[in-house]
Design a protein around this ligand. Structure first.
Ligand code: BEZ
Length: 211
C-alpha cells in the first residue's frame, strides 16, 4: 500500500552526490523534504533542481534538509550538475540519490506504472523530526513543482505541530490562523491572548501565535 500520512518514513542507505547516506541518521532532528524527479538531463527537472538549490537557505531556516532522487546513477547526477548551474545559475548544494535499482523509489512508491514503468514521478515527501510522513504530493513529469508551496506547507506543518491551530485557504506565514474547534471560547481567550474573531461557532481567527 502507498505510504500514508502518519506512517514512519522508510529508512534506507543510498549512494548520493554527497556520499553514502543513512537516511534517518542523515535527517537527525531536522525536518526532511525527499523529492523525486523523473530523469537527469531533462528540461523541467533541470529547472526544479536549480530552484531547490536557490531555496536551500529557506529550507535551512525552517530546520529542513532537502534531498532529491531519480533512477539515474550518481555518476549521471554528477555529470548533470554543471548543466543545472549553467542553466539556472544555482550550484547543486544538496544530495541527489542515485537509485538505478529503484530501491528507494519502490520503498516510497515513486514509480507509478500507469504513468511510466521506468521513471519516477515528481513525488514530494515531507518528514517530521519524529520520522513520520507529514505530507505527500505527486505531480506528473510534465508539470514542474512550485517549491514556494513546499516552503509554505512546511510553515503550516511546523506551526500546527506547536499550537492548536490550523491554517486557512491560501494562508502564508504571518497571516491569521484558525483556532481548533475542540477549544471552547473560554480556553481560547487564555491560549490566544491576542484575541480572536468569531465568524461562526466553529470558525475563529486569531493572529499567528508565534509572531
Ligand atoms: C522534464 O524534466 O522535462 C521531463 C522529464 C521526464 C519526462 C518528461 C519531462
Amino acid at each position: 500500500m502507498a505510504l500514508q500520512l502518519g506512517d514512519t518514513a522508510p529508512d534506507f542507505t543510498a549512494d548520493t552526490t554527497e556520499g553514502t547516506i543513512h537516511f534517518h541518521e542523515w535527517l537527525g532532528d531536522s525536518w526532511g523534504v525527499l523529492f523525486s524527479h523523473p530523469k537527469d538531463f531533462t528540461p523541467v527537472c533541470t529547472t526544479e533542481l536549480g530552484e531547490v538549490a536557490r531555496l536551500k537557505d529557506e529550507f535551512a531556516k525552517r530546520n529542513a534538509k532537502v534531498i532529491g532522487l531519480s533512477v539515474d546513477s550518481v555518476e549521471s547526477h554528477d555529470r548533470w550538475k554543471q548543466d543545472i548551474e549553467d542553466a539556472t545559475g544555482n550550484k547543486l548544494n544538496y544530495p541527489l540519490i542515485g537509485d538505478e535499482e529503484h530501491k528507494v523509489a519502490d520503498l516510497y512508491g515513486m514509480i507509478h506504472p500507469n504513468a511510466s514503468d521506468t521513471l519516477t514521478v515528481r513525488s514530494v515527501f515531507i518528514i517530521g523530526p519524529d520520522k513520520k510522513v507529514k505530507l505527500t504530493i505527486t505531480y506528473p513529469a510534465s508539470t514542474g513543482r512550485n517549491f514556494a508551496e513546499i516552503l509554505r506547507v512546511l510553515d503550516s506543518l511546523q506551526l500546527t505541530s506547536d499550537y492548536q491551530v490550523s491554517t486557512p485557504v491560501n494562508w502564508n506565514d504571518g497571516e491569521d490562523v484558525i483556532i481548533a474547534p475542540a477549544i471552547d471560547d473560554e480556553s481560547a481567550k487564555e491560549k490566544f491572548p491576542k484575541g480572536f474573531k468569531k465568524v461562526k461557532s466553529y470558525l475563529r481567527f486569531t493572529p499567528q501565535p508565534n509572531r
